[in-house]
Design a protein around this ligand. Structure first.
Ligand code: HEC
Ligand code: HEC
Length: 470
């Protein structure tokens, strides 16, 4: 079962590969350093669970001791259950709002899976809209809008105006693949809806669906030195792919740190990400973020009773962070089928693995033995890449420009349909399947995308089959 990072191509793959290289008009050997996994199913190392059911994203790390499972289950219950307005008879779960996006984490991270843009006419459920104005705020982060802050909250307690919502409409667009096949993509158009605190003058906006929750502690455990070694800001190796780390404000350490989480690597660690979600998405204060998220122009918000100081105790926050850090990664399926092995080979050959790095060993995590020193296959470098105009949101987030996104991990993506009951990909969920996600790649990802579009039908099918097996 042990994966090898140096395995060479299996002989049976040679044919597909030569066709591919011919198709790209080059006889040169491919210049990418091989990091193929070839048939390893244990994407999350010893945390990996064998499950491909609708519950596949909800398990604790397989290597967690039974004593520690208790905390995981407590964290799970706070993740799943609805918070209520303060004061309430059920202490421990009150303090919601005054402004909020959802009543529970799992409204958006349903079954710990991927969020989606709403159906036409429906309100936003598992997508959120970050906002800001031009310029930088404290520590070089986004500059809050004076009325709407850093995130649009479409819901509010009685007596407080919600901030509003966004209507998404879709514009069709066609691209052509080798062999003349036409594929329809859909591009989002956004329109402000029912804004409660004045016109959106100068408001920058970034639409982001909720990411899946699996394997996050493993990503936190990757050594910073490893990430540094992957950066290539000046494209020294000449492959057209740069890749840089974000640097973001760590509120607890009170210093700048590497960004790892969020679509722009805009959060430094899972504790701050969780506390940020409690405040931003549900209006709940913690020891990390002590002030209610009411803007200067929202007096009814500020006048509402709160549920204690802080509203979420350190103990509850700890269990929620523990939960977020220790969800297992599900095992791959059919890793040894010839078509998936061929697809894996192509994934490397056309440069996908340059950003979606297949293999890394995690370092020692200060508090989580489960995720320490694991050989994992996350298919990400956690770095920011310029993905071109069409994916750009035009809203900088610390060092991330309006065109840059963090490479998302691809582990588990073949299970979205089963777990989340949709197969929408990319930061705003515009891609309706994996092929559409690939075809949207621009900027540093364009060369790779173009090679995909030039592949023959069978090679494309093999690559997609490999991705479905993740
Ligand atoms: C309104 C929907 C929504 C709610 C509610 C929500 N999240 Fe999220 N979550 C998101 C979105 C969107 C992102 C990506 C944010 C970004 O890119 O800035 C995210 C990101 C995350 C991440 C980082 C994942 C990654 O791959 O980088 C974690 C961890 C997380 N949320 C945990 C939580 C927890 C814990 C709660 C409850 C306290 C919660 N979320 C509530 C939408 C939501
Ligand atoms: C230059 C770096 C880079 C290269 C090369 C690259 N990707 Fe990506 N990929 C990204 C980034 C960044 C995103 C997120 C973009 C967004 O959401 O707007 C992404 C998103 C994706 C997604 C959607 C994931 C999700 O969770 O929604 C898939 C699938 C994917 N890439 C597959 C591929 C395949 C297959 C290839 C090779 C043809 C490839 N990528 C090449 C950087 C890259």
């Amino acid at each position: 079962m042990a994966a090898s990072s140096t395995a060479g191509p299996a002989p049976a793959l040679a044919v597909g590969l030569s066709v591919l290289l011919g198709g790209c008009g080059s006889d040169e050997p491919v210049g990418y350093e091989s990091q193929a996994v070839f048939g390893s199913s244990l994407s999350g190392g010893d945390t990996t669970v064998e499950d491909a059911s609708p519950n596949a994203f909800g398990f604790s790390a397989r290597n967690m001791t039974s004593e520690r499972r208790g905390d995981f289950f407590v964290g799970n219950s706070f993740f799943k259950q609805n918070w209520v307005e303060a004061p309430a008879s059920t202490t421990g779960r009150d303090g919601l709002g005054p402004l909020f996006n959802a009543r529970s984490c799992s409204t958006c991270h349903f079954k710990d899976g991927r969020g989606t843009p709403p159906q036409p006419g429906q309100p936003s459920e598992s997508i959120l809209f970050r906002v800001s104005v031009v310029g930088t705020g404290p520590h070089g982060g986004p500059k809050d809008h004076p009325a709407y802050g850093g995130q649009l909250q479409p819901r509010a307690l009685p007596g407080v105006s919600p901030e509003g919502d966004v209507r998404i409409t879709w514009q069709p667009r066609w691209v052509e693949l080798a062999g003349g096949e036409n594929v329809e993509l859909r591009a989002p158009e956004f329109e402000w809806l029912d804004l409660g605190y004045g016109p959106p003058n100068g408001l920058l906006m970034s639409a982001r669906v909720a990411p899946q929750m699996i394997g996050l502690g493993l990503l936190e455990a990757i050594d910073e030195a490893t990430l540094t070694s992957w950066e290539d800001p000046n494209d020294v190796d000449g492959d057209g792919v740069r890749g840089v780390m974000n640097a973001v404000w760590d509120a607890q350490a009170a210093e700048m740190r590497v960004g790892r989480f969020g679509w722009k690597a805009n959060q430094p660690n899972l504790r701050q990400q969780t506390a940020g979600a409690l405040l931003g998405d549900m209006g709940l204060t913690t020891s990390v973020f002590t002030n209610q998220n009411c803007g200067a122009q929202q007096p009814e918000c500020a006048a509402k009773l709160s549920g204690g100081k802080p509203e979420v105790s350190a103990l509850i926050l700890d269990t929620m962070v523990f939960y977020s850090s220790t969800l297992a990664v599900p095992a791959r399926r059919d890793v040894d089928s010839p078509v998936n092995l061929q697809g894996e080979q192509l994934f490397e050959a056309i440069g996908c693995a340059t950003c979606h790095r297949s293999t890394v060993r995690t370092g020692v995590h200060p508090t989580l033995p489960e995720v320490s020193e694991q050989l994992i296959h996350p298919y990400t470098d956690l770095l920011l890449h310029d993905m071109g105009d069409e994916l750009a949101d035009g809203r900088p987030d610390f060092k991330a420009s309006g065109r840059q996104w963090r490479t998302p991990p691809l582990w588990g993506i073949g299970l979205f349909g089963t777990v989340s009951r949709h197969t929408n990909y990319l930061h705003d969920g515009r891609a309706r399947n994996i092929q559409e996600a690939i075809l949207w790649h621009g900027g540093e990802g364009k060369a790779s995308r173009d090679m995909y579009a030039k592949l023959g039908r069978n090679d494309r099918a093999a690559l997609l089959s490999f991705l479905e097996s993740l």
